[in-house]
Design a binder for this molecule. Structure first.
Ligand SMILES: O=P(O)(O)OC[C@H]1O[C@H](O)[C@H](O)[C@@H](O)[C@@H]1O
Length: 550
């Protein structure tokens, strides 16, 4: 048994769970008229209402006790101080430095790092302005109208989600496109829409060794060169963002065209760095800085607020409560904002790559559940699909509802309808429907008494399903920065409690290694004798199909 599950804080929570298990949130709301105010707080422009959770003051006190026992406060300090908390890779974790106020005394110790960040931001700003103001021209003297960002994972999801979320802020001068998948269809489809004279490619890769990104960049360059451009023109159309300057230069990117990144920024925490260049091109540098400002305010909140008023801490601990004491296997993010529709996919990488781990920092196997499956989608669409399972399925699935109070597109009463659906869903999850209520509802129906009795049982909803509601003023660069930083820190909190290293991702490696062996077997048209029977047979079918085509 691990120390964690044997600890007094853990055992106290397990015992407390037994004592509140039979209690219904419905009753709590009836008994506590101020429950919503009591369990709400604001930070960095976000209001969090966490009153529809299966917690009372005792639960929260016990959860804060767990956080204290796991030395969360010290862990937060260590992260902000730039200690090498990514122990398996011996790296600091300083994505917060990318959005820091470098004049703040808090950051004096990191002045070196902040100077590098500032230099990179300056380089980005000059570049973005030159492109948008049409001073940086393509090889035939035409202005750049399209930017293709080639990257995958953390070098893709953040910029893609932010660009999509901030459509109201797009500059008219440019369209930014994204290509991630190695599936040739992705790059072919994209290139078919573009003119090489007016297209700029950004290769975004921290390592500059990622198969998909390098393959797509090579294909883009071949297309560029086969459509009228010559080698010296490449410098006007290909730039890169990487921490591996050597590999990027060797690949053929001119050193002047390389924007730096650092090993103390994890890929999934990197949209604040030059990896965010496509965002800055799409919305302009001023708005890009607002994203950083929103994140900076959330950082300050996380660093300084007491646990009882600390949004990422509370959200992180609520997640622990359900994962470890209610056996919740997943967590759903429901964005009631069309602009934020891709956010769940981004948070999926952030959380699942960070806390999808089964050993502690000390390398000891855990005997408790860690990161849940993160999924979700756009409201109201999901209500007509998977919400059925949220309401009547057998699993506890904690939900986060995210809603902007104001729409960028105030069409008729659409926003009222959107908001009422959002609030109505969390209300339904919380209160459910009793058998008596279902029967009463059916009393005036034309159904026979027997049929009404049967249907009533199907209409019962247990309720007591937990959710948070996050309200933002509007989907702005600032609020997006704050939301993403909130979830980064929520993930951190959980990683600390579970004693994980949330900043490595060794699990991704095996698939890459084996994929390369298979690629070798395909290239040599072999079956790969050293591989297992299933993989050999699949390769053989694939190679056969290639031969048949030839
Ligand atoms: O930026 P890159 O080095 O190309 O890495 C891109 C992505 O690939 C990896 O497989 C990791 O799982 C991700 O965390 C990373 O963001």
């Amino acid at each position: 048994m691990s120390q964690l599950t044997q600890s007094s804080a853990w055992k106290a929570l397990a015992q407390h769970k037994q004592s509140i298990e039979s209690q219904h949130m419905r009753t709590w709301f009836e008994q506590q008229p101020d429950r919503a105010e009591r369990y709400s707080l604001s930070a960095a422009g976000i209001l969090l209402d966490y009153s529809k959770n299966r917690v009372n003051d005792d639960t929260l006190a016990l959860l804060f006790g767990l956080a204290e026992q796991q030395q969360l406060e010290q862990a937060i300090k260590r992260m902000f101080a730039g200690e090498e908390i990514n122990t398996t890779e011996q790296r600091a974790v300083l994505h917060t430095a990318l959005r820091a106020d470098r004049h703040s005394p808090q950051w004096q110790q990191q002045s070196d790092c902040l100077s590098q960040v500032q230099a990179s931001l300056d380089k980005m700003e000059l570049f973005v302005d030159a492109i948008i103001q049409q001073r940086w021209l393509g090889y035939t003297g035409k202005a750049i109208t399209d930017v293709v960002s080639i990257g995958i994972g953390g070098s893709f999801l953040g910029p893609k989600v932010a660009s999509e979320a901030l459509k109201p802020y797009w500059s008219d001068a440019l369209t930014v496109h994204y290509v991630a998948n190695v599936d040739g269809t992705a790059i072919a489809d994209k290139l078919a829409q573009l003119d090489p004279q007016t297209t700029l490619f950004i290769t975004a890769s921290k390592s500059f060794g990622t198969q998909e990104t390098l393959a797509n960049t090579l294909s883009a360059r071949s297309w560029f060169l086969s459509h009228g451009a010559s080698l010296p023109d490449v410098a006007k159309h290909f730039v890169a963002v990487s921490s591996n300057i050597e590999a990027a230069t060797e690949f053929g990117i001119s050193p002047d065209n390389i924007f730096p990144m650092w090993d103390w920024v994890g890929g999934r925490y990197s949209l604040w760095s030059a990896i965010g260049l496509p965002i800055a091109l799409q919305i302009g540098f001023k708005h890009f800085k607002s994203i950083l400002a929103g994140a900076q305010d959330m950082d300050e909140h996380f660093r300084t607020a007491p646990f009882e008023q600390n949004m990422p801490v509370i959200m992180g601990l609520l997640g622990i409560w359900y994962t470890n004491f209610f056996d919740a296997h997943s967590h759903v993010i429901l964005t009631y904002d069309h602009y934020l529709r891709a956010l769940p996919g981004y948070l999926q990488q952030l959380d699942m790559e960070s806390n999808g781990k089964n050993v502690t920092r000390a390398g000891v196997s855990v005997d408790y559940a860690t990161g849940p499956v993160i999924w979700g989608g756009e409201g109201t669409n999901g209500q007509h699909a998977y919400h059925q399972l949220l309401h009547q399925g057998t699993r506890v699935i904690p939900a986060d509802f995210i809603l902007p109070l104001r729409s960028h597109n105030p069409v008729g009463t659409h926003h009222d309808m959107l908001a009422s659906n959002c609030f109505g869903q969390s209300q339904a999850l919380m209160q459910g429907k009793t058998l008596d209520e279902a029967k009463l509802e059916l009393a005036s129906s034309p159904l026979s008494e027997q049929q009404a009795e049967l249907v009533a049982h199907h209409k019962v909803m247990p309720g007591n399903k937990p959710s948070n509601t996050l309200l933002i003023e509007q989907s702005t660069p600032y609020s997006l920065g704050a939301i993403i930083a909130l979830y980064e820190h929520r993930t951190f909190v959980q990683g600390v409690v579970w004693e994980l290293n949330s900043f490595d991702q060794w699990g991704v490696e095996l698939g890459k290694q084996l994929g390369n062996q298979v690629l070798d077997a395909i290239a040599k048209e072999e079956q790969g004798v050293h591989l297992d029977g299933s993989t050999r047979s699949l390769i053989s079918k694939f190679n056969q199909a290639k031969l048949n085509k030839n």
